[in-house]
Design a protein around this ligand. Structure first.
Ligand code: GRF
Length: 203
């Protein structure tokens, strides 16, 4: 499957996906990396891997729908089939999410449905959680509420700060996102019409 990865920053999740699709067993090929911010490290990672990049700077668009339409045109240009949001810090319009329903994946740094929204790691610390982790899910119109594809748990240590917990969660993200992409790209997992995950059972 042809994959686009959308980023906004350092791109360590992008890097993990790049390493994954290099494997001969991979069902996925990253054909373009799109950033809403110019000059971020993730763009350099893509270039170093020989992947084409595009910058669609949200500040240059008068509306979300114009921004999303430009993203859409890039996805069509590269015949993209699956979109991975890897630290992409923009909320996409309902129209875009509906069009890409079942083909749009996001990574969130908590065990959803716990700790939705921003600063999920901080929320876990403030809640006194002893376990947190990351979730890869299909994007639905409700933020951080789409069907769960993969999760990995990590311990929360009493000595943890937001940074130390975020670092531990990120290590889990770099395993969970590649695993989730393979599940979707290989057809092992798909999204049912009822919004629930369907696992391809061994016939
Ligand atoms: C990750 O921690 C992810 O959970 C969150 O944004 C961060 C992106 O980091 N959505 P990177 O750009 O992949 O390093």
């Amino acid at each position: 499957s042809k994959v686009a990865v959308l980023i906004s920053g350092t791109g360590t999740n992008l890097q993990a996906l790049i390493e994954q699709v290099k494997k001969p067993s991979s069902s996925a090929e990253i054909v373009v990396v799109i950033s809403n911010r110019p000059g971020v490290l993730g763009l350099k990672r893509a270039s170093l891997a020989g992947i084409q990049t595009r910058v669609v700077d949200h500040k240059l668009y008068g509306s979300r729908s114009e921004f999303d339409s430009t993203i859409e045109r890039v996805l069509e240009e590269f015949s993209v089939e699956i979109v991975c949001l890897a630290g992409f810090m923009r909320i996409l319009t309902g129209a875009f999410v509906r069009k890409w329903n079942g083909k749009l994946l996001n990574i969130h740094p908590s065990l959803l449905p716990s700790f939705k929204g921003v600063h999920a790691q901080r929320q876990a610390l403030q809640a006194g959680a002893r376990v947190s982790g990351c979730t890869v899910h299909f994007v639905a119109e409700e933020v951080d509420a789409g069907a769960i594809i993969a999760q990995e748990a990590v311990p929360v240590l009493v000595s943890d700060t937001e940074d130390s917990l975020s670092e531990r969660i990120k290590e889990a993200e770099h395993r969970a996102f590649p695993a989730a992409l393979e599940l979707v790209a290989s057809g092992a997992v798909r999204l049912g019409d009822d919004g629930r995950i369907i696992w391809k059972t061994a016939e």
